[in-house]
Design a protein around this ligand. Structure first.
Ligand code: C2E
Ligand code: MG
Ligand code: MG
Ligand code: MG
Length: 289
């Protein structure tokens, strides 16, 4: 009986392994067709200057509405796209969609687009970005490419060259999720970033947690200022955190307090407002999930 139970367990284990792999394969197949089936969309989240509370720009965030499974988080399907070799086409689709949208905004409003390390390390990346800027008529200075430290882990021969070429065409570069992963100050020395985005894990609840988060944020701000880079705090949800972020001298804020990622129509009308207020936003933003 013990043997039978053991065998049963073994079979169960195997079949669950199998279904996990099968499940991934199914999702990958669906993702492969998601663009042409019109299941992907781009949402836009405001990035607000701490001083004056004016809109600096919006971050483009991809969304996948699966026909039967509903919304699937990019935290889940972007890694899948990277493994399945689909990130190039999905990333390029997001870039051109976001640039087309930004063409409708006032000229001072910027558009931030996430670039996977795999896209960044593609030797044709600068040409690809350049082509979409030309096609959409958006000035290069309005485009911010958000890159994570993953770029340096997958570092190839062309990494330094790519940074130089992207700066040459005039786009801005942001270091996303700073402080997580394998942060090395060497990256900051080497790469010409215009902005450091301080990861949510240091920001959210910083006002009510130990003062360690505040100390870390303060140090990042000092470092960024010395290097001539802007700072953006991600994940600000409360007034207390916003106030702390202000006091610490962070130059920009992105978080639910100023608006969730929203559809293009909403972003378009926000883009045309001059200044915004945290409270004002709370009235028009989507309800909390
Ligand atoms: P990210 O680039 O760091 O984007 C910020 C994430 O934080 C977004 O999650 C945004 O909705 C969320 N966020 C912003 N403010 C708040 C807040 O106040 N509270 C909370 N709880 N969350 C907030 P999202 O849209 O789910 O995206 C997750 C990640 O997926 C992104 O992190 C990025 O790494 C990746 N991603 C999204 N779109 C793209 C894309 O087009 N290309 C690539 N390569 N990656 C993407
Ligand atoms: Mg980002
Ligand atoms: Mg981030
Ligand atoms: Mg992130």
């Amino acid at each position: 009986a013990a043997k039978a139970a053991g065998r049963g367990k073994h079979c169960f284990y195997e079949s669950s392994m199998h279904s996990e792999a099968a499940e991934r394969q199914l999702l990958e197949n669906d993702l492969r067709q998601a663009i042409e089936r019109g299941e992907l969309s781009v949402h836009y989240q405001p990035i607000v200057r701490t001083a004056g509370e004016e809109i600096s720009g919006f971050e483009a965030l991809v969304r996948w509405q699966h026909p039967t499974r509903g919304a699937i988080s990019p935290a889940k399907f972007i890694p899948l796209a990277e493994e399945a070799g689909l990130i190039g086409s999905i990333g390029e689709w997001v870039l051109t969609t976001a640039l087309q949208e930004a063409a409708h905004w006032p000229d001072h409003v910027r558009i931030a687009v996430n670039l996977s390390p795999l896209q960044f390390n593609d030797p044709g990346v600068t040409q690809m970005v350049s082509r979409h800027l030309t096609e959409t008529g958006v000035r290069a200075e309005r485009l911010e490419l958000e890159i994570t430290e993953g770029v340096f882990l997958a570092e190839g021969d062309t990494t330094d060259e790519t940074f130089a070429k992207l700066k040459q065409i005039g786009v801005r570069l942001s270091l996303d999720d700073f402080g997580t992963g394998y942060s090395s100050l060497g990256y900051l020395k080497k790469a010409p970033f215009d902005k450091i985005k301080i990861d949510q894990s240091f920001v959210r609840g910083a006002s009510s947690s130990t003062n360690r988060n505040a100390a870390i944020i303060r140090a990042i701000v000092t470092l960024a200022e010395t290097l001539g880079m802007d700072t953006c705090a991600e994940g600000v949800e409360t007034h207390d955190d916003l106030q702390l972020i202000r006091e610490l001298g962070v130059s920009m804020v992105q978080g639910y307090i100023f608006g969730r990622p929203s559809e293009s129509e909403t972003a378009r009308s926000l883009a045309n407002t001059v200044t915004v207020e945290a409270d004002g936003y709370q009235c028009i933003r989507e309800p909390r999930q």
